[in-house]
Ligand binder design. Structure first.
Ligand SMILES: *Cc1c(COP(=O)(O)O)cnc(C)c1O
Length: 340
């Protein structure tokens, strides 16, 4: 995989660390758990979108854009990292935010990622849940272009074949880390959403013939739709990279049993996962993605789906800034746990 062929701008601190989680592994009593710290990519507190933005923002620059637009949920980590990347590169940034949770409180609507969007100088616009966000973004881009702006639009989550290059590249980075340390990895898991992370990873793993099974823990869509979305993007990403046909539909696996009531709505096991990582490892997860991914990981360890003696790598996709938008949910859950 020849990434130097693609325009790329340096935004992330790479390689991100690969660390063993001794206390969590001991607590769960089964497999040896490792963590790939993509929460430490650096840009505006980091996260997985920064790897995608290295390729997306370079494409925007190559096209002469002076403004980027993107869309996401109110507490979108992708929006925050896009706003920071635009600031660093001297571009304007406009973000369309969709209310997917109905939370009315101040912190959800103004704190966390939203606070940082504004600190980075982005403008934001809010829409009710279920709105046609891609259509709305197209209209907003046309309006800005009519005023003389050169606009580059980035899909939700930065998930297209350009963004997914960042995760094909991450697969290569991870593989070189485990080979250097002579670690045999039995499973790689992470939270999956708009699909670019999983699509890029599976292309990279398959192209390198890594032999490491990948599993995405869902955060929104039902299983069949999630897997199809990842597969479709993986096909496009493989074509872009010149390795068409490398991913089979059966390579794409998602488990969506830990989503709960819906996107952005944490459940009890999400919050337990956040607490376990915080208390045992000093690592911050988030209530929308990594908390649900970790809930899946923990359950797989407890129920023996990941067996004793196996080695599991959890890709930490970031998102801890979102904790400050979810303080009411976390505090309520804390009180409940204390009362039990
Ligand atoms: C966006 C995001 C994900 C999901 O990644 P996709 O590429 O959208 O599937 C996971 N974790 C965090 C913290 C995210 O912000």
């Amino acid at each position: 995989m020849h990434f130097a062929r693609f325009p790329r701008v340096s935004l992330a601190h790479l390689p991100t660390p690969l660390e063993r989680l001794d206390r969590l592994s001991k607590e769960l009593g089964g497999p040896e758990i490792w963590i790939k710290r993509d929460d430490c990519t650096g840009l505006s507190s980091g996260g997985n979108k920064t790897r995608k933005l290295e390729f997306l923002m370079a494409e925007a620059m190559a096209m002469g854009a002076d403004m980027v637009m993107t869309q996401g949920a109110t507490q979108s980590n992708h929006a925050r990292q896009t706003a920071a990347a635009a600031a660093k590169l001297g571009m304007a940034c406009h973000i369309l935010l969709e209310d997917r949770t109905g939370y009315q409180d101040h912190n959800y609507n103004e704190n966390g990622n939203v606070l940082l969007d504004h600190l980075h100088g982005a403008t934001t616009e809010k829409f009710p849940g279920g709105h046609d966000m891609p259509g709305e973004m197209q209209r907003a881009a046309e309006a800005a272009m009519a005023e003389g702006r050169k606009v580059y639009t980035i899909p939700g989550g930065g998930s297209n074949a350009t963004g997914a290059l960042g995760y094909a590249n991450c697969a290569m980075e991870l593989l070189s880390q485990v080979n250097e340390r002579r670690l045999v990895v039995d499973h790689l898991v992470h939270a999956t959403g708009s699909s670019g992370t999983q699509a890029g990873l599976i292309v990279g793993l398959k192209a390198l013939n890594a032999g490491i099974p990948l599993l995405g823990f869902g955060t929104r869509a039902p299983q069949e739709r999630q897997e199809q979305m990842v597969y479709d993007l993986a096909v496009k990403t493989a074509e872009k990279l010149g390795c068409a046909g490398v991913v089979a539909r059966t390579d794409v696996r998602a488990d969506t049993s830990y989503v709960g009531a819906g996107y952005g709505l944490p459940r009890a096991d999400t919050i337990e996962a956040i607490r376990l990582f915080a208390e045992l490892e000093g690592i911050l997860l988030d209530p929308v993605y990594s908390g649900k991914g970790a809930a899946g990981l923990i359950d797989y360890c407890r129920t023996g789906k990941f067996a004793k003696g196996e080695r599991v790598v959890f890709l930490h996709t970031g998102g801890s800034v979102g904790l400050f938008g979810y303080d009411s949910v976390l505090i309520d859950a804390g009180k409940q746990m204390a009362a039990e």
